[in-house]
Ligand binder design. Structure first.
Ligand code: HEC
Length: 141
């Protein structure tokens, strides 16, 4: 027994096409907005901090941060001496001394001056390196 192909009424076709197109476009619009929102957030953070997250990856490689930390987006950064920097800004572990960009810049440059007993050494970053890395930590981890 052969099945008859389902026939749509010609008048229903534009409607079906319209609804299908609308359904197909929803994920696209959502994705575009997500990406836009992320870029906007990152640009705002970078401007507020005065750092460029793109320069942070080479700066972190140069300064050996990845030898002690796991850092998302930094090749080879799989150290376990210090905590992973994934979500470091939101995480509770970030004590009050590191809760603002200024405190973060100070910590990542001269941790021992902040806490003489910390296992993190002074890295003596340049002020611009500290800004770039802080912008990265705020925007991308
Ligand atoms: C010799 C190992 C070592 C190196 C190199 C190092 N760190 Fe650390 N870092 C640590 C340790 C250990 C801690 C935890 C110290 C503490 O809480 O007293 C830490 C803590 C931190 C924190 C705070 C983490 C949190 O959850 O509050 C940040 C941010 C950080 N390091 C960033 C960096 C950056 C950026 C670099 C490179 C410029 C770097 N570290 C280089 C060992 C290191």
């Amino acid at each position: 027994m052969s099945r008859q192909p389902v026939k749509l009424m010609p008048s229903a076709l534009p409607w079906v096409a319209g609804v299908s197109a609308a359904i197909a476009i929803i994920p696209v619009v959502c994705a575009v907005n997500l990406v836009r929102g992320d870029n906007l957030r990152e640009t705002t953070i970078a401007q507020a901090i005065g750092g460029d997250p793109d320069r942070a990856v080479p700066a972190m490689i140069r300064n050996g941060c990845g030898g002690c930390h796991e850092i998302p987006g930094v090749p080879g950064a799989r150290g376990t001496v210090g905590p992973s920097l994934q979500g470091v800004v939101e995480r509770g572990y970030t004590g009050p001394s590191r809760a603002t960009p200024d405190a973060m810049m100070r910590w990542i440059s001269r941790a021992r001056d902040v806490d003489p007993k910390t296992a993190m050494p002074n890295t003596n970053l340049s002020p611009q390196e500290a800004r770039d890395i802080t912008a990265y930590l705020y925007a991308r981890t």
